[in-house]
Design a binder for this molecule. Structure first.
Ligand code: SF4
Length: 637
């Protein structure tokens, strides 16, 4: 598949710069991989033991089993659920990292951190059955942190972050299917065990094991969001900007990339200290220190601090090509190993910070929560020194920026709705879904993939749906795509929304003193934060006394690429959502697995996968899935 043209003019402009500078980017490397392996793309290549690699002929003119006798169905199912395990390990590893820091806070260590959101700490504690009355914040924090750490090893009770956050109906369904996880790390290990040579060969049993891993991923995501909110605060809407134009020629430009807010939050705080600002000014940075985000670390600092977004995962190399980035600081996940090579061409320090995520050619400054402020200061000073080196050298900064309103946590959305009905905040949402002003809700999630024209699918599908009065929520690089393409600007509601949606978003905006509508797409955070829209769906289902599979709610990952997205998509379908995928997943080598995921699973969970690469057809199918649910609920269309 040939990569299509990016949508964003800044990305196109920087790709021209890459060409004239003779710098290889992900676009070039993708072309040099073509044609990619059809066996791999179909999921029918196995190297789970050293008798392989084995591959199955998709055309029936070669071997139909591997050396050990594994069929295409077995191989595809095994490969898929190993991917889900990888995704669950990543999300939950991020959550576990936060739990360790919260535990240190409770013990009086890691002094740069604290409990910023005591009300959320108490709410999470209450949900987990941890006593809060007459106890100090530190005592409660210690118990919540320990409860989070207890989620990982094998346990006798279901994972609390799954069992206490879903509808009773979903919990019963997960128990009925025997896919409720009992320990996140334990399930990940179980998947690795059952997929090794000579263990589980039953594709249905394997897929159920994968679903259990996906629910473990959901627990890890929810835990990560809860603990981040407790440590760093619940996001609230703020106005910011997105795209390459946020880079300032005469500022110390620092890009924050990866996923975990632990270091980036500290860099935001340190960059605002008068002493460090004075150092930047003394170095000649008359525009001060300009932070900017990439990928989900970018979403974390945008949601909580209004730090602008410069770009998203696929185009992560391009800001460096401006020649104006004075340090790119990365933590983990979705960070391309190519970055130090690109950075070396422009004298940009590329700083890795996590002991599990080093890259040859980068400068490694090990992050240490006990000395978080000092580490942040050390890193910013490296950027100031780099700024001095680049002074008066030519830069090429595309000027484009888009206005962004972001920071729509669950609590913020409920709070905004409460301005319309303080006694029953969800009632206005229900009323407008029932009367058809809002036809349904679509959550756009997932990453960006070089195989898709950058941002093309996200933007085309969302515009179609907004025009049809669908309320759109977004997380991760999807939210970043909307940010850079002007769809997180309230003006976009006036430009693109259907009349019903426009009226609702305007009423909420006016009631909240915004003198206009909310943006047509509500940015709910990073990929881990996909638990936030689930919380809203659960609250809606409980209010309506139905279960999630009955709600007119759909998930879409139009440009996904990571194992994390496989895990999220699988739990979305398991929780009962029609789940659109904009790329064909590596399962088509098995007719059985393909049929289970697109059809049979609907009988089991109520959710299912819609695979549609064409954005206009995808919008049609998503809309039709919403209409089917509206009809089943007997509400107007
Ligand atoms: Fe081949 Fe079976 Fe080994 Fe896979 S597990 S590489 S199919 S022999």
């Amino acid at each position: 598949m040939k990569s299509q043209e990016p949508l964003d003019s800044s990305v196109k402009e920087m790709l021209d710069v890459a060409k004239t500078s003779n710098v290889s980017t992900v676009w070039d490397r993708y072309q040099s991989q073509l044609p990619q392996c059809g066996f791999g793309e179909s999921g029918i290549c196995c190297r789970n033991c050293l008798q392989g690699p084995c591959r199955i002929s998709p055309f029936g003119d070669g071997p139909d089993v591997g050396v050990c006798g594994a069929s295409a169905d077995t191989i595809v199912a095994r490969n898929l659920i190993r991917g889900i395990a990888g995704g669950a390990a990543s999300h939950s590893g991020h959550g576990k990292h936060l739990a360790h820091v919260l535990k240190k806070v409770a013990k009086g260590e890691a002094l740069a951190y604290g409990v910023k959101e005591a009300a959320k700490l108490n709410a999470v504690a209450a949900r987990l059955g941890i006593p809060t009355e007459n106890r100090s914040t530190k005592e409660i924090a210690g118990d919540v942190a320990q409860a989070a750490l207890d989620e990982f090893s094998e346990r006798e009770t279901p994972n609390a972050w799954a069992a206490t956050t879903l509808t009773a109906g979903r919990v019963a369904k997960l128990n009925e299917l025997k896919v409720m996880p009992y320990g996140i790390d334990s399930i990940i290990a179980e998947i690795m065990h059952r997929t090794t040579l000579g263990v589980d060969a039953d594709p249905v049993n394997l897929l159920l094991g994968g679903i259990k891993g996906a629910i473990a991923d959901f627990a890890g995501c929810h835990l990560g969001t809860d603990l981040a909110d407790i440590l760093f605060g619940i996001p609230a809407p703020s106005v910011s900007e997105a795209n390459m134009g946020v880079i300032k020629e005469k500022a110390v430009n620092i890009a924050l990339h990866g996923h975990n807010p632990l270091l980036s939050d500290m860099i935001v705080a340190t960059s605002r200290e008068p002493e460090i600002l004075a150092e930047a000014k003394a170095a000649g940075a008359e525009q001060g220190i300009q932070l900017m985000g990439i990928c989900c670390t970018g979403n974390e600092v945008l949601m909580r601090h209004g730090v602008p977004t410069v770009t998203t995962a696929v185009s992560q190399e391009l800001p460096i090509l401006t020649g104006a980035i004075d340090a790119m600081i990365v933590d983990y996940q979705c960070v391309y190993p190519s970055l130090p090579t690109v950075a070396a061409c422009f004298g940009t320090p590329l700083i890795t910070t996590m002991d599990i995520a080093k890259i040859p050619g980068a400068t490694h400054i090990e992050f240490d929560e006990d000395h978080a402020s000092e580490k942040a200061r050390e890193i910013i000073r490296i950027a100031i020194t780099a700024f001095k080196r680049r002074c008066n050298k030519p830069v090429h900064i595309p000027p484009k920026t888009s206005k962004v309103v972001a920071g729509f946590s669950t609590e913020t959305i409920v709070g905004a709705l409460a301005k319309l009905n303080a006694d029953d905040p969800l009632q206005p949402l229900v009323d407008n879904i029932v009367n058809g002003n809002i036809q349904g809700v679509v959550l756009f999630a997932g990453c960006s993939n070089i195989k898709v024209g950058h941002d093309q699918n996200f933007v085309a599908i969302a515009k179609e749906l907004i025009a049809r009065n669908i309320l759109v929520l977004a997380t991760g690089c999807g939210a970043g795509a909307f940010a850079r393409n002007g769809l997180l600007d309230p003006q976009a509601t006036l430009d693109y929304a259907g009349d019903g949606l426009k009226a609702v978003l305007t009423a909420i905006g006016e009631a909240n003193g915004l003198n206009g509508p909310l943006p047509p797409i509500l940015h709910m955070g990073s990929c881990v934060d996909n638990s936030r829209p689930v919380d809203i769906a659960v609250a809606l289902a409980n209010k309506l006394k139905v279960d999630i599979p009955q709600l007119p709610v759909v998930a879409s990952a139009p440009e996904y690429k990571t194992e994390k997205a496989l895990a999220i998509g699988t739990w979305a379908a398991t929780l009962g959502l029609p789940t659109h995928l904009g790329l064909v997943p590596p399962v088509v080598g098995s007719k059985l697995v393909t049929r289970i995921l697109t059809q049979d699973i609907k009988e089991l969970t109520g959710g299912y996968f819609i695979v549609e690469p064409d954005p206009i057809l995808a919008a049609e199918k998503i809309f039709n899935a919403i209409q089917e649910r509206r009809q089943n609920l007997n509400i107007s269309t």
